[in-house]
Structure formats: C-alpha cells, structure tokens
Design a protein around this ligand. Structure first.
Ligand SMILES: O=C(O)c1[nH]c(=O)[nH]c(=O)c1I
Length: 309
C-alpha cells in the first residue's frame, strides 16, 4: 500500500516506530506500541543485568524538545528476550536494542538473541551518552571497529547500529568507512540524542535534570537538521546498507524529510514521549496526505530523492 516499507527484506505496513528508550521499558508499554498504528516497535536498550538508571529528575521536556540523562534504566536482557519470544511477528516486526556495558556483555546478549531463533532485528546501541564513566563507543573509532569486528563474528546474522550525531565531514567519512568494513551491519540508525547539552530554567536559576550537573542528551525540534544531515551522510556513504532516521519527528512533514534524506524507516522519540502511541495514526495520516498531494504512490518513489541545488 501507499506507506509500505521494507528493511532487511522484511515488510512493514508503514515506516514508523518508536525510538529505543521511549515507551518501551516495560511489557505494557511495548504491548501498547504493538497495538498502535506503528509499523514496528523496538525495545529499550538493555544490559546483561537489570539497571535502576540515574537519579530523578532525569528527563525534562522543553518548548523545543527534550533533555534526558536516564542512565540506561532497563529490566535486563532476559526480560526483553522473553518479550521477543512471545511477540507475534505476523502482526509487525520487532527490533531488539542492545547496549551492553562491555564487549563481552554485548556478545553474550546477542548470542542469546541469535540462539533464540526469533525474527527480532537487533539494533546495537553504540551511542548512549548518559552512563557516567562510559564514554560512548561511536565517538571512539578504534573501539567501534573492535566492537563491530567481534559482534559480527559472534552474532553472524545481519544487525543494525544506533549512531550518535557527527558534526564534521571527516567524522562522517571515518565512521562510514568503519561501518562499510562490516557487511553484517545491514542498517544504520541515525541519530541518537545530541549528547551533553544543558537546559537552564531561569525562574529557578537551575538546571532541569539531576544527573551529571544537568548535562543530558537532547531530542526534538532542536535536533532535526542534524538528524537529517546524519541520515543523508550515511545514506550517501553506505550504499550497501539501509538507514533508519531518528530525530525531530513530530509531524508527517518531518517523516517526509527523513525519507527524502534516504531513510527506510523513521523512529519517533520526544514527540511520542510527550504524546502517546496514538501519535502513529496521526503521523501516518499526515504522511499519506503529503504523498497524495505530491502524487507519490509509494515510499520507494521518494526515498533518497532529495534534490541538491
Ligand atoms: O540515558 C539513556 O538511557 C539513554 N538516553 C539517550 O538519549 N540515548 C541512549 O541511547 C540511552 I541508553
């Protein structure tokens, strides 16, 4: 149909899903996404063992988006693996986000997903900005190279990576060159939050979240141009991979922009957090209306068709 999408040869009724971390820590949240108009869903990035995460307040919404320093709170990978075993894949695909605190933990968790023989799609999170003492992997190119070499060898199935934003052409080139060494990295999700920003409340003359002196990853309207640039940069540099767009989506127009930039699927974070899974029905309606107005009969007809001047 009009909104049909595909990734790794798997069919999606529409390109929309949640961004990992939003509305996906607990099974009731995941069930609500499964029952929503989203074309697929993804679990909260998980670690080997359950984690409480950082002290609260650790999320705040602003007029232009959000800031968070959650600290990787999650129920542990076994909880999400159990959910992934019970998911009905005939209804919609499920993504499984992994964010181990070490290479060994990532290998253990991904081996468990591999050995579960379920069609869950793994998104390896290389970009969590909020675990004190754990600099994010994707900003350390040698560490990312080592991680992908070991994970590719162990998992031995196609998987994706969740990338942070980059801000320098040389960094797009270097990061893409590493990803292109690994054919099993079948998709690249751009972007994670822009890390370590600072939101100030002038009434209280204070930061708005408790962890890390108020420093946290931002999402929402703040990040849209950076998200689109990263989607298009990796779309251009990784012709053998697909790209999932994430960042700044709150209406059909931003979904359309991500698709033009080259995205195959589009994730929604801040706007989903501030609304509810009902947002997916609205976004699908708005995207359909834009496509019909412009005479597009499929997403493939517009994907990656961004014009330059
Ligand atoms: O603080 C978090 O839990 C978190 N927050 C983000 O904004 N991105 C991430 O990948 C993670 I793992």
């Amino acid at each position: 149909s009009l909104l049909s999408a595909s990734l790794l040869g798997i069919k999606f009724a529409n390109p929309l899903l949640n961004a990992s971390g939003v509305h996906c820590r607990y099974t009731d949240e995941l069930d609500a996404l499964a029952a929503s108009a989203a074309g697929s869903l993804i679990t909260k990035s998980c670690t080997l063992l359950e984690r409480e995460g950082n002290p609260e307040p650790r999320y705040a919404a602003t007029a232009l988006g959000s800031i968070n320093s959650m600290g990787l709170p999650n129920q542990g990978y076994a909880y999400y693996l159990d959910y992934a075993r019970r998911h009905n894949y005939a209804t919609k695909p499920l993504f499984f986000s992994v964010a181990g605190l070490s290479l060994e933990d990532n290998l253990t968790m991904m081996a468990a997903v591999r050995d579960a023989y379920i069609p869950a799609i793994v998104e390896l999170n290389l970009s969590c900005p909020n675990v004190p003492g754990k600099p994010q992997i994707a900003y350390d190119f040698e560490a990312m190279d080592r991680m992908l070499a070991a994970v590719s060898a162990e998992y031995a199935l196609p998987f994706g990576v969740k990338m942070p934003p980059y801000f320098d052409i040389a960094h797009f080139d270097a990061a893409a060159a590493i990803l292109n060494k690994y054919p099993l990295v079948a998709f690249v999700t751009c972007i994670n939050s822009i890390g370590n920003a600072l939101v100030i409340d002038i009434e209280n003359e204070s930061v708005v979240i408790k962890p890390k002196d108020g420093f946290g990853g931002i999402g929402g309207d703040y990040v849209l141009p950076t998200a689109l640039a990263n989607v298009n940069a990796f779309y251009r540099r990784c012709p053998d991979k697909q790209v999932i767009g994430c960042g700044g989506v709150r209406s059909g127009e931003q979904v359309f922009m991500h698709l033009l930039a080259g995205a195959s699927l589009v994730q929604v974070g801040t706007a989903l957090h501030e609304d509810s899974p009902r947002i997916f029905a609205r976004l699908n309606r708005e995207l359909s209306a834009i496509m019909e107005r412009k005479g597009y009969r499929s997403i493939e007809a517009l994907r990656g068709k961004l014009k330059t001047l």
